[in-house]
Design a protein around this ligand. Structure first.
Ligand code: ZN
Length: 195
């Protein structure tokens, strides 16, 4: 609780506390202490499915019966996360950073996109505070694979940050509900950190 500098009493009234200057200075030392204003970003992706090949979500092979129509491996979870990271930093979107006209990304494992973007986020002084993903797929049932997908994502971000993943169907609605597509939403919160 901040103290009134003159009277040394806690500033309890909202109006008083709102008048305190915003500061980016850390209040406590230590590794990775979060300071300054956090940044939030949202990402969404959808890919059509075709028979044959394999479906990769969050870096985990979840089906050997269908595959996404995509330039890279079509991992909607990672694509949504990368868009959320780019959005949080104000860096545009995945299509601008990894154009599908670039042969480097043809058939690429999408974890490469996180391995390319997250170090840039870190270099800018931010760290993952938390990541929340919702993946929508009618088939296969993803619930038994959730822990594996979360572990896979945690491996891409290294230590720190909370990662949550929710797997749902689209209740039979639209292309996702008919099993013709998979989609994902991601929200990230990045916090300024001190090394
Ligand atoms: Zn995509």
């Amino acid at each position: 609780m901040p103290l009134d500098p003159k009277k040394r009493r806690p500033l309890t009234r909202p109006r008083e506390r709102a008048q305190l200057p915003l500061t980016d200075k850390p209040r406590r030392g230590g590794q990775g202490v979060v300071v300054g204003m956090p940044r939030v970003g949202h990402g969404y992706d959808i890919h059509k499915l075709q028979p044959g090949g394999q479906l990769v979500l969050a870096g985990v092979v979840v089906s050997q019966e269908v595959s996404p129509v995509a330039h890279s491996d079509g991992d909607v979870v990672i694509h949504a996360i990368v868009d959320a990271l780019l959005g949080a930093m104000g860096w545009g979107d995945i299509g601008e950073m990894f154009p599908d006209t670039d042969p480097r990304w043809k058939g690429a494992a999408s974890r490469l996109f996180i391995e390319e973007v997250y170090p840039k986020v870190r270099a800018a002084g931010y760290r993952l505070s938390n990541l929340d993903v919702t993946v929508l797929a009618e088939r296969p049932r993803l619930a038994p694979l959730k822990a594996q997908m979360i572990a896979s994502l945690a491996g891409m971000f290294g230590l720190g940050g909370t990662i949550n993943l929710k797997a749902a169907t689209n209740e039979g609605c639209d292309a996702v509900g008919r099993g013709e597509a998979v989609a994902a939403h991601a929200v990230v919160l990045l916090a300024k950190a001190q090394d």
